[in-house]
Design a protein around this ligand. Structure first.
Ligand code: NAD
Ligand code: TYD
Length: 354
């Protein structure tokens, strides 16, 4: 079959990646979508069962640290687009083992840049290296203000430092070698297939199992939450309509202090589980704070809104309700991803905090 375009999506078996793969495979049957993923603890092909038999979907198990594997995949598929999501993505893990973040997020990204540069060989027309990043590169905000595309980088965690470093390399390859690059920086995502080490899925899983809900510090940290399918829609728009060498901030216009979010989640779960009001809130346990904990993130997403016409499509209450329903309907998925290595991480991360 002759495909109109070939896009390699790295990290397609992860949380955001599976939504991007699904959207593009279904929306563009004339595109060949190649999911390149190492299948770490965070990557799971179960996330893509509904697209794995589509004729335009391909999977390659490969590590972005493996240059030979990247070369083989570029020779085989001749991609004209890269959407790069593969990363170590959890702040708490980055505090436990920063080097994993340096390897995958920094060195892995540079390997991918080098491979694209070599294979595209200065013939950059209709090519795009699109790098997916985070608002955490900007550091922390006080009570007021927003991150814009002009906010200086000031990362505070090993995770955000590694993402900031990868952003700088992507930008530098655009400047130095004229590689056609775009970067987007998004706020906290939530939704189906979110690995239960991050706040929302961890707390949903713990409420299901009546386990303590470990709120770090005083719980008065603020995040801007975006439904993952809206992030995937933004990625599609930026990939097709974004300006080369530009950056875009993506956010939900939706700030919540952790403790308020957790209380809302408890209330919604009690209603759905048929519990007496207040049952899940009793599980809230304040634990030792995360070191270097960023106080507040908030994105000014007016550029992508004005230039590309993107807006979030669901309210937080709608998105959260759909998310909870998905977890309650997919307890087998939760059981699979929380067996084995998950237990060891949970012990290490939380039992020292109780
Ligand atoms: P995730 O941890 O759920 O998934 C990461 C995926 O990358 C997994 O499938 C994993 O197997 C794969 N991977 C990890 N190391 C790899 C390697 N060395 N080689 C190949 N594949 C590898 O992450 P996510 O939450 O889906 O985040 C995806 C991207 O979006 C990341 O770059 C992250 O920094 C960024 N981001 C995430 C959020 C968020 O709220 N989750 C917000 C903004 C930006
Ligand atoms: P998280 O989902 O890890 O995302 P990020 O650190 O990338 O923003 O955490 C979201 C917020 O929730 C953050 O302020 C830390 C807090 N948090 C807890 O209070 N308890 C937890 O067990 C976790 C995982 C996070």
């Amino acid at each position: 079959m002759n495909f109109e375009r070939t896009i390699v999506i790295t990290g397609g078996a992860g949380f955001i990646g599976n939504h991007v793969v699904r959207l593009l495979v279904n929306k563009y049957p004339s595109y060949r979508i190649v999911n390149l993923d190492a299948l770490t603890y965070a990557g799971n092909l179960e996330n893509l069962r509904d697209v794995e038999d589509k004729p335009n979907y391909y999977f390659e198990r490969a590590n972005i640290l493996d240059k030979d594997a990247l070369e083989r995949i570029f020779v085989l598929y001749q991609p004209d687009g890269i959407i790069h999501l593969a990363a170590e993505s959890h702040v708490d893990r980055s505090i436990l083992s920063p080097m994993d973040f340096v390897y995958t997020n920094v060195i892995g990204t540079v390997n991918l840049l080098n491979t694209a540069k070599y294979f595209w060989n200065n013939s950059f027309e209709n090519k795009l290296f699109y790098h997916i990043s985070t608002d955490e590169v900007y550091g922390a905000l006080g009570e007021t203000g927003f991150f814009t595309e002009e906010t200086p980088y000031a990362p505070n965690s090993p995770y955000s430092a590694s993402k900031a470093s990868s952003d700088h390399f992507v930008r530098a390859y655009g400047e130095t070698y004229h590689l056609p690059v775009i970067i987007s920086n998004c706020s906290n995502n939530y939704g189906p297939y979110h690995f239960p080490e991050k706040l929302i899925p961890l707390f949903i899983n713990n409420i299901i199992h009546k386990k303590p809900l470990p709120v770090y510090g005083d719980g008065k940290y603020t995040r801007d939450w975006l439904y993952v399918k809206d992030h995937a829609r933004a990625i599609d728009m930026i990939f097709h309509k974004g300006k080369i060498h530009d950056t875009y901030n993506i956010g939900g216009f939706n700030e919540w202090q952790n403790i308020d979010l957790v209380k809302l989640l408890c209330k919604m779960m009690d209603e759905k589980l048929g519990n007496a009001a207040g049952t899940s809130e009793q599980l809230i346990t304040y634990v030792k704070d995360r070191p270097g904990h960023d106080k507040r993130y908030a994105i000014d997403a007016s550029k992508i809104s004005k230039e590309l016409g993107w807006e979030p499509s669901v309210t937080f209450e709608q998105g959260l309700s759909e998310t909870i329903d998905w977890y309650l309907e997919n307890t087998e998925w939760l059981k699979h991803v929380t067996s084995g290595e998950y237990q060891r991480y949970y012990e290490l991360q939380y039992h020292k905090r109780d």
